[in-house]
Design a protein around this ligand. Sequence first.
Ligand code: GLN
Length: 392
Amino acid sequence: MQIQNSIAERWKNIGKSIFSEMSALAQQHNAINLGQGFPDFSGPQEILHSISNQLVHCHNQYSPPQGESLLRVQVAKFIENLAGVTYDPNSEVTITHGATEALFSSVTALVNQGDKVLLFEPAFDLYYQAIANAGGTVVPFSLKAPDISLGSWTLDWSKFEAVCASGIKLAIFNSPHNPTGKVFTEDEILRIASIFAKHGIIAICDEVYENLVYEPFKHFSLSNVAKIRPLVIRISSAGKTFGFTGLRTGWVCAPANITEHIRIVHQATVFCLNPYTQLGLAEILSQTDWLTSYLSSQRKLYQLKRDFLTTTLEKSGYLVSKTEGTFFITANYKNLGGDISDIIYTKQLLITKKIATIPLSSFYQKSPNNFNWVRFAFCKKDETLIAASKLL
Ligand code: GLN
């Protein structure tokens, strides 16, 4: 009997995550990990205390699939205070297993076989995987890399309008943007909103870095624009908000009719999350004074780390794009590495300098020619960044 045990067709072209792969290689080579975007230090102790207290005292049975009501209420308040957008905690907020699951459930709930889905490249790998699983077709739209040092990534508007007019059903839009560190301006968002509204394009907005935006930039969301609001799905997470990626707790806010669809996929995949993390986070989000001061000091801390790594990279000969938000800096090595591909360059950097990074081509469906960009994560201890600067 021949056993048919190959991976399902729709997953065939999907490899292992470049982020975990680089982290594993970093460990294997005893290298400094500036690849995967997670802090190498603990998040706030207050969160650990709230969650452990809940672990001991809460009901510890299934939560409602849509999430603990106390957390949904606090998430709605948090978004209202932060961004001035109102969501009904009962019918428009769902708690998910991190932003990853929120994205996956949203794409799975809305994309049919053959639907065209627009991605802003470079784009996070999970987007491609979720779309492939749903049978959708990726329509890539490339952001333009800055030509000179200290520019940020830009959009070619006429190309963008044309691509949006080509029968796109849904777009995944990410601002602050991973990997480029670009924070789309209010003007850009308003323009994108008008184009999406004109063509009835649903927007899944990955806003996990909304609280990691550096002076003088401001986060503005498509969910702030009334005319597109019925088409916007807004995703964020506790992991990125608190620099605590192990929390695996995210949220997806969307109009009630879309939320109903997302909840169907969510309950069929993860069903529900553990109650103690949710209840601990609800307690933390209700402490608004603490929250405001924590988020502001976190921003300042990361801004200093960004400045330090930017200067280090510039001194080492990289052309560095302007990071306005997120944990990431994109750096061009054309003056350092000759003609080699970014995959080879990152492997060399790992072996010769003992520094792990992410090749930017892994954020593309089809990597551009002569592409010399890599991503560095600066969400690391000062000691880690100083050690990296010596090696660079
Ligand atoms: N968002 C993280 C990054 O870009 C990685 C998350 C993951 O590994 N799935 O580095």
